[in-house]
Design a protein around this ligand. Structure first.
Ligand code: NDP
Length: 247
C-alpha cells in the first residue's frame, strides 16, 4: 500500500534536536524530502548530511521561527528547489517553566514569541503556496500541557492551548483549499527541552520526572508519520500521546 509520504516535501521547524530531528529521520526513511529549519545551522547541516548519505533526501535552511522573513526564506527555498510544499511541521518550541510569581517576564515573552508567533509565522509563510496548490498539511506541535495546566506551567500551557485554538480555527478556514491540519500533543518525551529551564529547582524536578517516565522522540516521529500517511481525504485533526507511565 502506498504510504502517502513518499516524495512529499516536508518542512520541519525545530529540526536540530529532539522530536523534530526524530521526525526528520523517520520521514526521510519513508521517502519524504525533508527541509530542516532551526537556529543552530551546524546541527541541521550535519543532520541533512547524515540523511543524504544514508539514502534519504534533506536540505538544511537556518531559520529562527520568531523572524517572519527567515521562515518565509525557509519555505521559499523549499518551493524554489522542489516545486511544492506538502507539509509543514511547526514544531519549534521552548519551555522555560517557572511559577508566575517568580515574574520571569522575559521568559514569558520568549515562549509567546517562539511557541505562538513562531507557529503563526510558519502558517503565514506556507499558506499562500498551499492555497495556490490546493493541497497541503499543516501540523502544529502542542502538548498534553495544551490540554491541562500543571502547577508551574501556566504560561507554557497558555502558549500550547493557543496552538490548539489557532489550529482548530485554521482547520475550518482552509477546507476550501483541501488543506489538512493536525495538532500533535505529546506527553513527557526525553529531549533537550528541559535544558532551557532557568530555575534550578524547577529544572531538577522536571528532569527527575521526565528521566523516570519520559519516552523516546521516536514516538512523536511515528505519530507525525501516521497523520501524514492517511489518504488525502482523511484529516487526523489531533493526536494526544504520552508515556504509559505518565499521569
Ligand atoms: P528540543 O529542545 O530538543 O527541541 C526544540 C527545537 O526547537 C530545537 O530544534 C530548537 O532549535 C528549536 N527552536 C527553539 N527556538 C527556536 C527558534 N526561535 N527558532 C527556530 N527553532 C527554534 O525539544 P523538543 O523536541 O522536546 O520540543 C519540540 C516541541 O515539542 C516543542 O514545541 C515543545 O514545546 C513540544 N513538546 C515537548 C514535549 C517534551 O516532553 N519534550 C512535550 C510536549 C510538547 P535551535 O535551538 O537550533 O533553534
Amino acid at each position: 500500500m502506498e504510504n502517502n509520504i513518499k516524495d512529499k516535501i516536508v518542512i520541519i521547524t525545530g529540526a536540530s534536536s529532539g522530536m523534530g530531528e526524530a521526525a526528520a529521520k523517520h520521514l526521510a526513511t519513508l521517502g519524504a524530502t525533508v527541509i530542516l529549519g532551526a537556529r543552530r545551522a551546524e546541527k541541521i547541516e550535519q543532520l541533512a548530511k547524515q540523511i543524504n548519505e544514508t539514502g534519504g533526501k534533506a536540505l538544511a535552511v537556518k531559520a529562527d521561527v520568531t523572524n517572519l522573513d527567515q521562515i518565509k526564506n525557509l519555505v521559499d527555498t523549499a518551493v524554489q528547489r522542489f516545486g511544492k510544499v506538502d507539509v509543514i511541521l511547526n514544531n519549534a518550541g521552548i519551555m522555560p517553566l517557572s511559577p508566575i510569581d517568580r515574574i520571569n517576564v522575559d521568559e514569558w515573552n520568549m515562549m509567546i514569541d517562539v511557541n505562538i508567533k513562531g507557529v503563526l509565522n510558519g502558517i503565514a509563510a506556507v499558506l499562500p503556496y498551499m492555497k495556490e496548490q490546493k493541497f497541503g498539511q499543516i501540523i502544529n506541535t502542542s502538548s498534553v500541557a495544551g490540554h491541562k495546566v500543571f502547577n508551574g506551567s501556566a504560561v507554557y500551557s497558555a502558549t500550547k492551548y493557543a496552538v490548539r485554538a489557532l489550529t482548530e480555527g485554521l482547520r475550518m478556514e482552509v477546507k476550501p483549499y483541501n488543506i489538512r491540519t493536525t495538532i500533535v500533543c505529546p506527553g513527557a518525551v526525553k529531549t533537550e527541552l528541559l535544558e532551557h529551564i532557568s530555575e534550578a529547582d524547577i529544572q531538577q524536578a522536571n528532569k527527575d520526572y521526565v528521566g523516570e517516565v519520559g519516552i523516546s522522540p521516536d514516538s512523536f516521529a511515528r505519530v507525525v508519520a501516521f497523520a501524514i500517511s492517511q489518504p488525502e481525504d482523511v484529516d487526523i485533526n489531533e493526536v494526544i500521546f504520552r508515556p504509559t507511565a505518565q499521569e
